[in-house]
Design a protein around this ligand. Structure first.
Ligand SMILES: NC(=O)c1ccc[n+]([C@@H]2O[C@H](COP(=O)([O-])OP(=O)(O)OC[C@H]3O[C@@H](n4cnc5c(N)ncnc54)[C@H](O)[C@@H]3O)[C@@H](O)[C@H]2O)c1
Length: 259
């Protein structure tokens, strides 16, 4: 029987208690990795890890906290016996026209989505440069990291930051054999989308069903995206099958974006 593509690898995923992060954790485990499921909601992280089954572990982690991020990454590596894959996926959103956007909303989106990716990746790279691991990072950016999306200017800014950071870090660490990529999902069926549907419907004077139908009509493959659609792309990028791919921002959108 062929060996699983991630057999023997140890992985950490942030924001992994729900939605895309949970699907990533499950896909990595399916492909043979031992996974540390981390999330702001530590209990939910543990529940997701229990659902995946041993050797998965669940840990609380707020990715805006630099010390906690470094500490949890080291704890995960100690408990799993090493660490070769890191997926910085945690993210938040809100919807507001720029004229009404508050500083607090701007700061929160940038703190979780952009700084959180920086802190997670930095902790991983510090460890790998010190011990020589040729690790792999996959960050979660967005369709909104390729094109500015109305009502999501702050979120778009944070996701453009993820794409730029991914490219810069990929160039920095390529000589050490470390790969860094990101995925750019489209309209994915998660709790985040459920919240956005309600906000967008209200802000645009539409019904939730009308907004959802618009998402589908904007998607050439003709349906909403599932978390597993993103997770399978992440599992591929984390595997040796993607051994010559670094600095990419891979669209996983059903054709919404093609650049
Ligand atoms: N849903 C979509 O349509 C979509 C599209 C493109 C990109 N994304 C991105 O995918 C990622 C996952 O989103 P999702 O749709 O699964 O959302 P979600 O709300 O279902 O899950 C996000 C998870 O991140 C966690 N989280 C929030 N703040 C955190 C923090 N400070 N530290 C650690 N964890 C934190 C939450 O507890 C939650 O479990 C995000 O980066 C999001 O921006 C989502």
């Amino acid at each position: 029987m062929a060996e699983l593509p991630l057999a023997g690898r140890r992985a950490l995923v942030t924001g992994a208690a729900s939605g895309i992060g949970r699907a990533i954790a499950r896909a990595l485990a399916r492909d043979g990795a031992a996974v540390a499921v981390t999330d702001l909601d530590g209990r939910a992280a543990q529940a997701t890890a229990a659902e995946i089954g041993l050797p998965a572990i669940g840990l609380g982690l707020d990715v805006t906290d630099a010390a906690a991020t470094a500490c949890v990454l080291e704890e995960a590596a100690a408990r799993l016996g090493g660490l070769e894959i890191v997926c910085a996926n945690a993210g938040v959103s809100s919807m507001r026209p720029v004229v009404d956007l508050t500083e607090a909303e701007w700061d929160h989106n940038l703190a979780v989505n952009a700084k959180g990716v920086f802190l997670t990746d930095q902790a991983a790279v510090r460890r790998w440069l010190a011990d020589g691991t040729q690790g792999v990072i996959v960050n979660t950016a967005s369709l909104a990291g390729k094109i500015g999306v109305p009502l999501l200017a702050h979120y778009s800014a944070s996701k453009f930051a993820v794409v730029g950071f991914t490219q810069a870090l990929a160039r920095e660490v390529a000589p050490r054999g470390i790969r860094v990529n990101c995925v750019c999902p489209g309209f994915v069926r998660t709790a985040m989308q459920d919240r956005e549907l309600v906000w967008e419907a209200e802000l645009r004077g539409m019904t939730v069903d009308e907004v959802r139908a618009e998402y589908v009509s904007l998607t050439p493959l003709g349906r909403l995206e599932e978390p597993e659609d993103v997770a399978d792309a992440v599992a591929f990028l984390a595997s040796d099958r993607a051994r010559f791919i670094t600095g990419e921002a891979l669209n996983v959108t059903g054709g919404v974006r093609m650049d």
